[in-house]
Structure formats: structure tokens, C-alpha cells
Write a protein that binds this ligand. Structure first.
Ligand SMILES: [Zn+2]
Length: 229
């Protein structure tokens, strides 16, 4: 049996024999923060700079306050049905890795993820682009179906999403939820739909989408086109 090597030895091999690099995880950059950062850097006028810094501070406080509210509401599961929802980026089907396949593939899958805090479960509502789009009506259909399936005995629903107007923050979604409240088959009397500041909406759904994306990367490796031939 060979003797275990010293830590220093592993360090040397790791640092010199592998082509490995580390970098900070990718983060979505908020449009408002980005724009204010440019304005702060781009002016020499101290008063103007200060004004932009105040705007940035207010924007970030607003984002923090919305996130803190989500954390508070997530604990109200004994009195309410609490969820967050988000649309995952469109998934190509089938998932192929060659550039020729990229230009030929023409079917996309959409997935509205709904994370329920009451049972700490992520629900995936999946459809393809032939069955529907990804506008406000498609999102509202998924939400109503989910609530009718899982929350009919609840009185109070609290839901969080980002404030994207095309999908989440619009009259069609609101009217669909209003109609659900009037449905005699549900006990729901109140639905609070709260919005996080765009670009700062770190939802539990993001972690669940990450699981799907890393599984699809593994799947892509196993079934790479070379192996099919
Ligand atoms: Zn921001």
C-alpha cells in the first residue's frame, strides 16, 4: 500500500497540472443598477454624482425590502398558501450540441415553475410553443390551474413574482385571479400578488431551474450526436 501524500503535494499537482480556473458565479445584472453605475462613473460633478448615488441607494433598499417581505411571508404557511412563480428560459427540444442542429431545431418548450412554501415543492408547468405562447394568458392559465388543484381549501393566497409586465404584472393575470376568487368551488377569498424588483428577484424557482439545466447538460453529453452515428 502506498503512503498517503502530503497536502502540499496535492496542492502542487492541483495548481500546476490542471488547467483549472475559478471565477465568480454568473449573476444577472440589473438594468437600473447598471445604468446608475455608468452615470456615477461618467460624471465629475460631485452634486450630480451624489444624486445618482442616492437613486441607487433607494433602488437597492426597495429591492432589499421586497426580498425581506418574501422571507417574512414564506413563514406564514399556517395561515396562507404561499408561492413564488417564474418562467424558465425557453428550452430547445431536442437539445443538440452541434451548430448545424442549432439552426434546424425549431421547437421550444416553456416551463412555468411554481414553488410552494407550504410543502417546499417545485411544480413545473410545461408546454410547447405549438400548444401556447408565453404571454400573460398562458401564465394565468397555469396559476389558476395550480391554485384549483392545490389551494381550493385555503382562504388566503400570497404569491410573489418579478414585475415583468408582459407575463406577470398585467390586467389579464389580475382578472383571471379575480374570477377564481368568485368561483364557488374554491374557499379562496384573498390573493395577494406581490412583486420583486426586476433584476433583484432571486426566487427559489431559480434553484429548481438550475437542477433542470444541469440535468439537461448531462443528458446532452450522454446523447451527443457523435454517439448516435
Ligand atoms: Zn438594481
Amino acid at each position: 500500500m502506498t503512503e498517503p501524500k502530503k497536502l502540499k503535494y496535492y496542492n502542487k499537482v492541483f495548481n500546476t497540472k490542471f488547467n483549472l480556473h475559478f471565477k465568480a458565479p454568473h449573476q444577472d445584472i440589473c438594468k437600473t443598477c447598471d445604468s446608475l453605475n455608468f452615470k456615477i462613473r461618467g460624471t465629475d460633478d460631485e452634486n450630480v454624482k451624489k444624486e445618482f448615488e442616492v437613486q441607487k441607494e433607494l433602488h437597492q433598499r426597495k429591492a432589499d425590502s421586497a426580498r425581506e417581505n418574501l422571507q417574512i411571508d414564506a413563514k406564514k404557511i399556517n395561515d396562507a398558501y404561499v408561492l413564488t412563480f417564474d418562467l424558465q428560459k425557453a428550452l430547445a427540444f431536442p437539445k443538440l450540441t452541434t451548430s448545424v442542429a442549432y439552426y434546424k431545431r425549431n421547437l421550444y418548450l416553456y416551463n412555468l415553475g411554481i414553488h410552494c412554501f407550504n410543502n417546499n415543492t417545485g411544480y413545473m408547468n410545461v408546454w410547447n410553443e405549438i400548444e401556447g405562447g408565453r404571454g400573460s394568458q398562458d401564465i394565468a392559465v397555469c396559476l389558476v390551474k395550480h391554485l384549483k388543484t392545490h389551494a381550493v381549501t385555503q382562504n388566503h393566497v400570497i404569491m410573489y413574482s418579478d414585475s415583468c409586465t408582459g407575463q406577470n404584472r398585467n390586467i389579464k393575470t389580475t382578472l383571471s385571479l379575480l374570477k377564481l376568487i368568485q368561483d364557488p368551488d374554491t374557499s379562496i377569498t384573498t390573493i395577494d400578488h406581490k412583486f420583486l424588483v426586476s433584476g433583484h428577484s432571486y426566487l427559489p424557482n431559480d434553484g429548481e431551474f438550475g437542477i433542470i439545466e444541469s440535468a439537461s447538460r448531462r443528458h446532452g453529453q450522454i446523447y451527443s450526436p457523435d454517439q448516435w452515428i
